[in-house]
Every structure is written in structure tokens, then in C-alpha cells.
Write a protein that binds this ligand. Structure first.
Ligand SMILES: [Zn+2]
Length: 159
């Protein structure tokens, strides 16, 4: 029984553990009056960066959760990015997918893509593995937020 529990089950467990950390970041942002999207960067099973959408808090044009997360990990060598998995509570937008492609982060794990869907097909074609955990708690967090402050949400996705 060497292959038990199966690898995919173990991977799923790991993913859930890290997406929960991203959700903590999302809730932290919401508590600060910001947009509830969170992200963590994981290298070899360890969190090396955490971030949350801070456009409102920092009056920033670029601080989406994934960007804030990459920034918090600091300057890494390209070989290190290639060993990373980035987690985000929501499907990453064009800007964040751009950063993921630039640094060649090979795996992106997302909480959901129903309230917003970034260029996932494009990322896949460029060799990124996209895993959608499809979590009801992530969808609820975004749906509640969008219905509370639809204008703030439109601004965040450039609409
Ligand atoms: Zn983004």
C-alpha cells in the first residue's frame, strides 16, 4: 500500500491548507475596509510570501493580492520562482497572470473562478498548471463583497 493515500488526495489536502491561509489574508483585507482577496506563495511546502488586496488601504493601482504576495516574498532568483506554487482565493486577473508568467511560477491554485475569471486559458497555453478548488466559502466571500460594494469591485477589475 505504498501509494496510499493517493498522491492526488495528499495534494488536495495541502492545497486546502494553503488556500485557508490565503482566505485569512482575504478576511484581513476586508476587516481593513479593503477587497477580500488573499494570496500566499509556497516554496517546497513553506509559505514564503503572503498578501491581500490592498488597493483601497494603500490607495494603490497595483496591489492586488497576488502582487502584494509576490512583493512580500521579496526579490527571488528565477530558479526559486520555478519551485513555487501561488495560491489565490480568486482567479487571477491579467496583471497578476502577467507577473506569474514573467517569473515562470509553474502552478496556480485558486479558490474559485465563478465571481471573476481571469485569463486562465491563456496561462494554461503558456504552460501554467491551473488548479481550481471551487470552494463555496471563497465564492460566498466574493458574492457578499460584490453585493455590498459593487462599484469598488468594478474599479478593481478595471470596469
Ligand atoms: Zn490581479
Amino acid at each position: 500500500m505504498e501509494n496510499f493515500p493517493p498522491r492526488e488526495v495528499m495534494a488536495k489536502k495541502q492545497h486546502l491548507k494553503f488556500i485557508k491561509e490565503a482566505m485569512k489574508e482575504a478576511l484581513r483585507s476586508h476587516a481593513e475596509g479593503g477587497i477580500p482577496i488573499g494570496s500566499v506563495l509556497v516554496k517546497n511546502g513553506t509559505i514564503i510570501g503572503r498578501g491581500r488586496n490592498r488597493r483601497v488601504q494603500k490607495d494603490s493601482a497595483v496591489l492586488h493580492a497576488e502582487m502584494d504576495c509576490l512583493e512580500s516574498a521579496g526579490r527571488l532568483a528565477s530558479k526559486d520562482y520555478k519551485k513555487c506554487v501561488i495560491y489565490s482565493t480568486l482567479s487571477p486577473c491579467s496583471m497578476c497572470v502577467g507577473a506569474i508568467l514573467l517569473y515562470k511560477i509553474p502552478v496556480v491554485v485558486i479558490g474559485e473562478n465563478e465571481t471573476f475569471r481571469g485569463p486562465e486559458a491563456y496561462a494554461r497555453r503558456r504552460g501554467v498548471k491551473m488548479i481550481n478548488l471551487n470552494l463555496p466559502e471563497c465564492k460566498k466571500m466574493m458574492r457578499d463583497f460584490i453585493s455590498e460594494t459593487p462599484q469598488l469591485w468594478s474599479e478593481d477589475i478595471g470596469e
